[in-house]
Design a protein around this ligand. Structure first.
Ligand SMILES: C[S@@+](CC[C@H](N)C(=O)[O-])C[C@H]1O[C@@H](n2cnc3c(N)ncnc32)[C@H](O)[C@@H]1O
Length: 266
């Protein structure tokens, strides 16, 4: 599928992962039009899962889910850790699933979709910003990068969708029944935002407004946390925030807004 690449760029880590940890991300990918358009622009789009960790389980899940919306999808898992690559490569895999050693240079591939989840948080902020540029430069024309973070079991997640033009949207996805308030997700913000959740930064204003909507939506508490979340998102939209999607998505505990809502003061 790809040529071997001389130097894999980045620094390996412990590799914590879990089955189904990235289900919320995968569900969003398979239900979001710009992502589907990026995949359907190719008969056999290449999708790279960068930094799959000590087990390739989330890469296998990604491949299965994406092939449900585009039967031609090929998935390549890249890891810096050579032993993890050898272990994954020994698994019996279908021809549309492969594992190789590689880093931000993407092993010389040009994916239509690139997922890097729970990878950048270990890097200092300036290195993470450079990694975005390196990864974006490696995408196929019209390609997209999804980069984000979540907790160990995938109940609190957030991510950024980027194209060659830069960040496009920011998404929070969580299990509302486990929240005291929506800003609980702050501990799982992507590297580009986690240090910016302070007074005066947009992401802080955004999460504060969402908390305020959650407080107002307390009237929906008798209908359950999910209904309260949906009402919070509806209120946010009513207050003029560029909220994407509709109740169908919000009921999943999702909220996507334009990246402009959270852009850091770089
Ligand atoms: C915390 S694990 C995440 C595993 C999986 N993506 C998940 O979310 O469950 C991060 C993995 O990324 C790998 N990694 C770190 N930097 C990388 C890079 N530049 N390229 C490829 N893999 C990288 C680490 O070796 C580690 O195995």
């Amino acid at each position: 599928m790809v040529a071997e690449h001389a130097r894999a760029v980045g620094a390996p880590t412990r590799g914590t992962t879990n089955p189904n940890r990235l289900r919320r991300v995968d569900r969003w990918l398979t239900g979001t039009q710009p992502v589907l358009d990026a995949l359907r622009g190719f008969p056999d789009p290449l999708v790279v899962d960068l930094g799959y960790g000590r087990s390739p389980v989330t890469t296998v899940e990604l491949a299965t889910r994406l092939r449900g919306v585009h039967a031609g999808v090929r998935v390549l898992g890249l890891e810096l850790d050579a032993e993890r690559v050898a272990a994954a490569a020994r698994m019996a895999s279908p021809p549309w699933l492969e594992f190789r050693r590689g880093g931000f240079e993407l092993a010389g591939t040009r994916p239509a979709l690139l997922r890097a989840f729970n990878v950048l948080r270990q890097y200092p902020e300036p290195d993470a910003a450079r990694a975005w540029s390196t990864m974006l430069a490696g995408l196929a024309p019209g390609g997209l990068l999804i980069e984000g973070t979540c907790d160990e079991i995938g109940r609190r997640c957030s991510w950024v969708l980027l194209s060659a033009h830069g960040p496009q949207s920011f998404t929070v996805s969580c299990k509302p029944s486990e929240l005291r308030r929506p800003s609980d997700v702050a501990e799982r913000l992507p590297k580009s935002l986690i240090h910016r959740n302070v007074e005066g930064e947009r992401v802080h204003a955004f999460l504060s407004e969402l908390d305020s909507c959650w407080a107002h939506a307390a009237t929906h508490r008798p209908f359950g946390p999910r209904a309260r979340w949906v009402e919070s998102v509806r209120l946010l939209a009513e207050r003029g925030w560029p909220v994407h999607g509709d109740r169908r998505r919000w009921r999943l505990g999702e909220l996507t807004v334009d990246w402009a809502c959270v852009t850091p003061d770089w």
